[in-house]
Structure formats: structure tokens, C-alpha cells
Design a protein around this ligand. Structure first.
Ligand SMILES: CC(C)(COP(=O)(O)OP(=O)(O)OC[C@H]1O[C@@H](n2cnc3c(N)ncnc32)[C@H](O)[C@@H]1OP(=O)(O)O)[C@@H](O)C(=O)NCCC(=O)NCCS
Length: 334
């Protein structure tokens, strides 16, 4: 992820809110560098979890200021018991014992997630040294979906020739059913609004308006119907969201193709939010554009949680972490 004009615009917006973001991987030099860069830019208040003496000495060695950064050592934190109790209360019905809660809270991803739950941080960025599942699971268990009727999914912001697009879901829901796919589209439209992306949503398929047949096409058609029904409700009045499907990706993006394949669609040819039918399509699609198409890719980031938690790729650079922190800070702004 390079620092582009689009990323700079996100950093500028994040500054206005100055949210508190916790970074649980204080042992990682890339994370410490990102904490330093974000703090210099005053884009968020940073809390680093880890060994205070080691982190301080790393900052001193690099002549970086620690002003605006808080370091918390979970093992000796005065809030350890409070977080343990919170975790136990939340998970006892799922079979968690007090002993297991006391053990689990020392996992820094759980500690960071509990800080958010307790109102001590607004968001978390982790995953430079953890798998997606290890970063995401505490958030699903503790922060939970923002809406009872919708699950959590992920999105990417893909920038092509300076134009931002939102792609979903490329990282979480492996094979969404019709309702889940409709929900992914609705949550993505909300996210697009938050990030200043035109909320013209295309429900992608290998078929445009019935040109192809089969179960996979029917799923996208039904999801389109469900999403359109939801968009007719009061909560979406004047939202500006337009959604259509099923559309092939060329019909969604190219005005000439759109005129031939879906001339009456308000979305075809102008789509900025692309909803993939499953994780195979989404994950392969975004990586093709990133590796062969020269697009900048920001994410995947989670959407639909009560508070933002985002996962990093283990091969990430400090600059990538800066981008994800800025995006997380903006997600945290209500
Ligand atoms: C995200 C993921 C890790 C969750 O898997 P998991 O930990 O096995 O999840 P579980 O089914 O055990 O559920 C754990 C909790 O999360 C909740 N959950 C799972 N998926 C959810 C979703 N999409 N939205 C909201 N909650 C969800 C479950 O309800 C459960 O809550 P509970 O314990 O309070 O009942 C899994 O969906 C996954 O592996 N996705 C693909 C990740 C991947 O490989 N991506 C490609 C690379 S980026």
C-alpha cells in the first residue's frame, strides 16, 4: 500500500476525529514505526500493548517522541481484573470458566478488544503477526455485529486511476446465502457513504439480466431483490444508494457495454461498489487487480461491527499499517 492522494485524504479526515486506536502487537517494529508516523500526523491517539521498557527504548533509539502514545503492559495493567470479569460475563453462557477468562484476557488481541468493549479505545488494528481468524474471532465474540439482523463482512477500497471503488466481500463470508449477500451489499453501501465513494452498487455475476442461467445466477438475483426491498425502507430514504443486478463486471463498469446489456439500469456503467457472489470470486478478483491491474488495494477491512477492528496482512509494511489505522479511525467516527 503506497501513500497516495486517496490515503492522504483519509488521514486528513481522520485528524478531525482523533480517535483512540489500540495496537496489540507492540513487539513488532513495523507496528512501532506506524504508531510513530500516525502520531506525527496527529491522525489518531495510539495505545500500544507490550513491554514498556522495550518499546520506550526502541523509540529513544530512533529519536521518536512518545508524546500522544500510551503504552500498556496487559500483564500488569490495573484494568486486568475488570477486563477479565467483562470477558467472563460475556462468554460464560458459551462455556467459558473464570480460569479460562483469566488466561484468555492475556492474549493481547482479546485484551485490545476488551479495551474497546469497555470504552477505553475506539478501534483496534492487529494481524501483522497473527492469522486473520485470530484477529477477527475476538471481535466477532466480544464487539459483535452492529445490527442483530446482519453479520460482519469485509471490504477493500481499490483505487484505479485515482478513482476509489469498494469491493466486498473478499475476506470473511466464504459462501454467503441470498440474505447474507443482500446484507453484504447493504453494509457495503453504508461503508461507501462513510468513505465518500459513490454508492452505486452492482451485484456481480457471470450473467447480466438473465443472460446466464443456474443456481449461482438465481442466488444473485434473489439477493438483489432482497437488498432492493430493504432499500425501500425509511432508513434508506434520501441515502442516495442505488443498487442493481445481476450484472457482469463489464456491464457494471463500462458505459458502452452497459448500454448494450442493461440500457435501463441506473447503476450499470457507473458502479463504484462491487459485490462479489462468494469469497472465491472476491478474493481472486481483488488480487488480480492488485497484482496485474496496477490498482492500489486498501484492506481487507471489517465492516458491520459495533466498533472497528481490522486485520493486517503478515507481509505488510509499516506504511500499510498507517493506512489501516487511518481507515479504522475514520470507521470509528460515528
Ligand atoms: C471469520 C472467521 C475466521 C470466523 O471463523 P470462526 O472463528 O471459526 O467462527 P465461529 O463460527 O467459531 O464463530 C465465532 C463467533 O463469531 C461469530 N461469527 C462468525 N462469523 C460471523 C459473521 N460473519 N458475522 C458476525 N458474527 C460472526 C459466531 O456467531 C460466533 O459467535 P459466538 O461465539 O458468540 O456464538 C471465518 O469466517 C473464516 O475463516 N473466514 C475466512 C477467512 C479467510 O480465510 N479469508 C481469506 C484471507 S483474508
Amino acid at each position: 500500500m503506497s501513500e497516495s492522494a486517496y490515503l492522504n485524504s483519509i488521514i486528513e479526515k481522520a485528524k478531525q476525529y482523533y480517535k483512540t486506536i489500540v495496537l496489540p502487537e507492540g513487539e513488532d517494529e513495523r507496528v512501532l514505526k506506524a504508531a510513530h508516523i500516525i502520531t506525527e500526523k496527529k491522525a489518531a491517539k495510539i495505545i500500544i500493548l507490550g513491554n514498556e521498557a522495550e518499546i520506550k527504548s526502541y523509540f529513544e533509539k530512533n529519536s521518536w517522541s512518545l508524546e500522544g502514545i500510551e503504552i500498556i503492559h496487559p500483564e500488569t495493567s490495573p484494568k486486568l481484573q475488570e477486563y477479565t470479569d467483562l470477558l467472563y460475563e460475556m462468554r460464560k453462557e458459551k462455556g467459558m470458566t473464570r480460569e479460562a477468562a483469566a488466561q484468555t484476557v492475556l492474549n493481547y488481541n482479546y485484551f485490545g478488544t476488551l479495551m474497546i468493549k469497555n470504552g477505553d479505545a475506539d478501534g483496534m488494528v492487529s494481524g501483522a503477526n497473527h492469522s486473520t481468524a485470530d484477529t477477527v474471532r475476538p471481535a466477532l465474540q466480544i464487539i459483535k455485529s452492529a445490527r442483530k439482523d446482519r453479520g460482519v463482512s469485509s471490504f477493500l477500497i481499490m483505487v484505479s486511476n485515482g478513482v476509489p471503488y469498494l469491493f466486498s466481500d473478499c475476506a470473511v463470508v466464504i459462501n454467503p446465502n441470498e440474505k447474507e449477500l443482500a446484507d453484504i451489499a447493504l453494509t457495503s453501501a453504508d461503508t461507501a457513504l462513510k468513505f465518500g465513494i459513490d454508492p452505486k452498487v452492482a451485484m456481480l455475476s457471470f450473467s447480466t439480466y438473465g443472460s446466464g442461467k443456474g443456481e449461482q445466477v438465481d442466488k444473485v438475483k434473489k439477493a438483489t431483490e432482497l437488498a432492493k426491498e430493504a432499500l425501500a425502507a425509511d432508513e434508506y430514504k434520501n441515502s442516495g444508494i442505488e443498487l442493481d443486478g445481476e450484472l457482469q463486471v463489464d456491464a457494471a463498469l463500462n458505459e458502452v457495454v452497459a448500454k448494450k446489456k442493461a440500457p435501463e439500469s441506473h447503476v450499470a456503467g457507473k458502479a463504484r461498489v462491487l459485490i462479489f457472489p462468494d469469497l472465491n470470486a472476491g478474493n481472486i478478483g481483488y488480487k488480480l487487480l492488485q497484482r496485474l491491474g496496477g490498482c492500489e488495494a486498501y484492506g481487507p477491512m471489517l465492516q458491520g461491527l459495533k466498533a472497528p477492528v481490522n486485520d493486517l496482512s503478515r507481509g505488510c509494511f509499516a506504511e500499510d499499517i498507517v493506512g489501516v489505522i487511518a481507515i479504522t479511525a475514520l470507521q470509528a467516527a460515528k
